[in-house]
Ligand binder design. Sequence first.
Ligand SMILES: NC(=O)c1ccc[n+]([C@@H]2O[C@H](COP(=O)([O-])OP(=O)(O)OC[C@H]3O[C@@H](n4cnc5c(N)ncnc54)[C@H](O)[C@@H]3O)[C@@H](O)[C@H]2O)c1
Length: 326
Amino acid sequence: MSRLKVIVVGVGFMGLLHARAVQGLRSAELVGVVDLNEDAAKAAAAALQVPAFTDLARAIAETGAQAAIIATPDPSHRRPAEIALEAGLSVLVEKPLATTVEDAEAITEAARRHGGRLMPGHMLRFDARYAQAAEVIRSGQLGKAFLLTARHWSTRSLGARVGHTTSPLWHFAIHHIDLIQWIGGASIQSIDGAQALESAGGSSAFLSLGQLSNGVGFQVSTGWTLPDTGGRSTEFEAHCEGGVIRITFAPGGGLTSWNSERGQEVEATAWPTIYGRLEGLLRREVEHFVEAVLDGADFVVTPQDATAAIRAAVALEQASIRRAVP
Ligand SMILES: NC(=O)c1ccc[n+]([C@@H]2O[C@H](COP(=O)([O-])OP(=O)(O)OC[C@H]3O[C@@H](n4cnc5c(N)ncnc54)[C@H](O)[C@@H]3O)[C@@H](O)[C@H]2O)c1
């Protein structure tokens, strides 16, 4: 079996998980890690037993990488994606593909110009619940969709970790915007209201509602507002003329452990470790990327889908009323 040589760029929280996902595949080989922060690169390289680099072009030349996974912060996806695509690599870019339509189009154009494969990492497309919901809606068994709603609440400590480079809109709602456009079968066309709410205590939320071009209504509420003791939740509903389909779960997958001081959600869905190997949605996404590159097959998420989500997110951000809570 031929193995795809993969390099991971940006080995913070997500990049390390991607690297472990690659190492768990028989169809791929992790050939190196790249991070602008030399200490981060070296620590990841030591843990994963692969070479460390701070310069992507050099890493590609020295490792012979055929594919790159970009897991740098949201606004820093374009440059490494362009370098990898220009070098002829296939590229998986973490969501959001970019935070401006201009950057998303530049990355897509780099892929077109250099013939590289480009897959945006919209991981929830690999969640059986959303994939099944999309199938049910598409089959027509519930009649025409009328209203799609999504909400996702996470912890303030997550906001403290990622809030300097992103926001609930770009960190969470971009997932739901992509799901709504995918499951609803059309792009967001009009926005009836949007609010970005921030508190001095570290809570932050993004709320919005509007309509897709086929008339389907949507509502999205996300944010980091919760203590670490628990309560994370996700719900997605598609109200149709002939019924409703609802996905509801705690993001960890409903697995909680308690000690004498507090409860803690244990990750059981997105990237759990089972018998020493990284499993879950992230592994499914990385495996799909690697196998589609090796087989020359289509990706289930396209750069056009990701750019449509970015276009909608930019419009929602511009339309939003920003409010601070002292
Ligand atoms: N799919 C999901 O559910 C999910 C979850 C969390 C994060 N993410 C996405 O993953 C990406 C990374 O998030 P994170 O939480 O791991 O961030 P992070 O801050 O933990 O790690 C980012 C790393 O990238 C490095 N870096 C920054 N610019 C770089 C560059 N130009 N070249 C090389 N390295 C660079 C930083 O030094 C850091 O080590 C973001 O786009 C985020 O939205 C996705």
